[in-house]
Design a protein. Structure first.
Length: 122
C-alpha cells in the first residue's frame, strides 16, 4: 500500500478522546447489556447531532445494547458508554435495564439470550 493511501485512511480516523471530549467515564452508569432506544426528542434533534451521536440515535430506533452499539458502529466500548450517557442526559435516548426476579436474583433469561445472540453475530 502506498504512503498516500495510508495517509488518506489516517485522515478519516478520529481518536477516541476527541469523540468524548477527553472523558473516559460517563456520568450515567451504563452496563454493557443495557438496552438503548432513541426517543422522539432524539429523532427531532438528528440533524443537529454530531456524526457518532446521530448514528447512535438512528441505530437505536430498535433497542440495542450498549455492546451492540459499540460493535455495530465500530467504536470502543467505553467511548460508546460516554456517548450514550451524553444522549441519555439530553433525553435523546432512553435506557432500559434488565429486570430481575426478586425471589432468585437471576437476570432475565430473554435478555441473556439477546446478548448471547448479539455476541455470536459479531
Amino acid at each position: 500500500m502506498s504512503d498516500d493511501a495510508l495517509n488518506a485512511g489516517a485522515a478519516f480516523r478520529v481518536r477516541p478522546y476527541l469523540l468524548t471530549g477527553g472523558r473516559t467515564r460517563s456520568v450515567v452508569d451504563l452496563p454493557i447489556e443495557a438496552l438503548v432506544r432513541s426517543t422522539p426528542m432524539g429523532h427531532r434533534a438528528l440533524e443537529n447531532l454530531s456524526h457518532e451521536r446521530r448514528d447512535i440515535v438512528s441505530l437505536c430506533a430498535e433497542p440495542q445494547s450498549v455492546a451492540e452499539i459499540s460493535a455495530r458502529l465500530n467504536i470502543h466500548l467505553q467511548v460508546a458508554r460516554v456517548l450514550v450517557g451524553d444522549l441519555v442526559q439530553a433525553e435523546q435516548v432512553a435506557i432500559h435495564t434488565a429486570s430481575t426476579d426478586t425471589t432468585t436474583r437471576r437476570p432475565d433469561l430473554q435478555l441473556l439470550e439477546k446478548v448471547l445472540d448479539g455476541l455470536q453475530a459479531l
